[in-house]
Design a protein around this ligand. Structure first.
Ligand SMILES: [Zn+2]
Length: 237
């Protein structure tokens, strides 16, 4: 009896909240979707999956040949402008929508779950963002993606051992036309202890040129891990 009453209260509260915060699929607008997700099942099934995790010498692994030692690499989805994938990344980074990041993480987790190429991974290493960006955003989006991976693979622990150094010269150093941050691809290994002898999986939201991953991997090698692999939520062709 009490449980029935409780369920009714929960349902009414949910319906009431929906009036102000509608819970609808980001792609098609239906309200028929699971509470923890941002897409309905149909739109989730129609996402542009790369299927690259299972392929040896795939196009992402080739990006890093001769640049840094990466054992295996892959990405969950292909990124293109004006697509639902861009909306998911935008929701995560600029609208504080953690559910979008957890979905991206679950896509990686499900893709690598059964693969022998990835079954030796010990630790998830999120790519760090600057303290300023983290303050503005409220979180590091790569950590949210890691949490999504943990929803599928709970044994994997997150080790935030990489940090971004404070760029002391940032504003005055930049000319009016120089918009790029000279410290963009600089990382510091804040704590080498947990990664020594471990198999690492670097996690990032978007791979384009691979410069961020290259800098992060070369920094991590100072901590003497056994191997470094890479999983990105999205990859831009
Ligand atoms: Zn939908």
């Amino acid at each position: 009896m009490l449980l029935l009453f409780y369920n009714k209260v929960v349902n009414y509260t949910r319906a009431f909240l929906h009036l102000f915060y509608p819970h609808i699929c980001l792609e098609c607008g239906t309200d028929q979707l699971l509470a923890h997700s941002v897409l309905c099942t149909t739109c989730e099934n129609n996402l542009p999956y790369t299927d690259l995790f299972q392929i040896e010498n795939n196009m992402i692994e080739k990006v890093f040949l001769g640049r840094c030692k990466i054992s295996t690499a892959g990405a969950g989805l292909f990124f293109s402008k004006d697509s639902i994938v861009q909306i998911l990344i935008f929701e995560l980074k600029y609208k504080q929508n953690k559910k979008a990041g957890w979905l991206l993480g679950r896509i990686i987790g499900s893709a690598i779950q059964q693969l022998s190429r990835f079954n030796t991974i010990d630790l998830l290493i999120p790519i760090p963002i600057s303290r300023k960006k983290e303050r503005q955003r409220g979180f590091n989006q790569s950590i949210i993606i890691c949490e999504g991976i943990q929803q599928i693979l709970p044994a994997l622990k997150i080790a935030s051992v990489l940090k971004k150094p404070r760029s002391t010269r940032s504003q005055t150093f930049k000319g009016r036309l120089q918009r790029t941050d000279p410290f963009e691809h600089v990382f510091v290994l804040a704590d080498p202890t947990p990664i020594k002898g471990a198999s690492l999986l670097l996690i990032d939201d978007v791979i384009t040129t691979g410069a961020t991953i290259e800098a992060a991997a070369n920094c991590l090698w100072w901590g003497q891990p056994l191997s470094i692999s890479l999983a990105a939520a999205t990859y831009t062709l």
